[in-house]
Design a protein around this ligand. Structure first.
Ligand SMILES: Nc1ncnc2c1ncn2[C@@H]1O[C@H](COP(=O)(O)OP(=O)(O)O)[C@@H](O)[C@H]1O
Ligand SMILES: [Mg+2]
Length: 227
């Protein structure tokens, strides 16, 4: 096993069954992500990007194939072990930030660490550090409603990375932002991943952003191919 392999997907198949119809969305996907590598995932709407990210996140059991995170086959784990793997080794960013509105930026980011058993002081210290890394050192005690869309998304990025996951899975993380803000948020995301050696798989519609990643793959006809 190559210990630099953060994510290894083999032969992944996913079929949705709806009222007598079968939709073969993933037909045998192979994909490797190495430590610290930032990979763009592009493809038209409906091509299966979110389905692939869901499978990589171990949120749904595929019909066939394997998903290894840091060398551990996530599909062979018990529910409890899988939850622990997701919590410890993975981070997630979505198109909408899902921050808690009553908590300030720092406590939103500290929350995963509090759940993991950190003391309040330590969790806040790490949260402040990560918010500073994404350019929000001056916004620690702002609540989400007091932040711009791009700032909210940077808080979500800090929250996803605060526990130093092996991989970050991001589904259209800038899909809801204007082009200039997308650019800033994307820069913060890649810089934060590069600083911590976290591998990232980022689904995006934005080809200009995709070109700034280390590598780009496409989902087409149920398969993942290099661009
Ligand atoms: N839970 C589901 N049940 C049935 N069909 C689904 C489900 N989730 C996604 N699909 C279908 O699978 C295809 C791929 O969807 P998705 O993975 O969301 O693509 P993308 O993220 O690239 O837009 C689409 O045709 C979508 O309608
Ligand atoms: Mg999608």
């Amino acid at each position: 096993m190559n210990k630099d392999l953060a994510l290894c997907i083999r032969g992944l198949k996913r079929t949705y069954k709806t009222e007598g119809e079968e939709l073969h969305v993933l037909r045998g996907v192979d994909l490797d992500l190495y430590r610290g590598e930032i990979v763009g995932l592009i493809g038209p709407s409906g091509s299966g990007k979110s389905s692939l990210l869901h499978a990589a996140a171990l949120l749904e059991r595929p019909d066939a194939g394997s998903v290894e995170v840091g060398g551990i086959n996530g599909l062979k784990l018990s529910e409890r072990q899988r939850t622990a793997l997701r919590r410890d080794d993975m981070g997630f960013v979505y198109q909408f930030h899902h921050l808690l509105p009553e908590f300030d930026a720092r406590d939103n980011v500290a929350l995963p660490l509090l759940i993991a058993g950190y003391s309040f002081a330590k969790a806040r210290e790490h949260a402040s550090d990560w918010l500073t890394r994404v350019g929000l050192g001056e916004r620690l005690t702002h609540r989400p409603g007091q932040l711009s869309g791009g700032e909210q998304q940077r808080v979500a990025i800090a929250r996803a990375l605060v526990h130093n996951p092996k991989i970050l899975l991001a589904d259209e993380p800038t899909g809801n932002l204007d082009p200039a803000t997308s650019d800033q948020v994307f820069a913060a995301l890649t810089q934060a991943c590069r600083g911590s050696g976290t591998a990232a798989l980022i689904a995006t519609h934005n080809l200009a952003l995709a070109e700034r990643m280390d590598r780009v793959v496409t989902v087409e006809n149920g398969l993942v191919k290099p661009l």
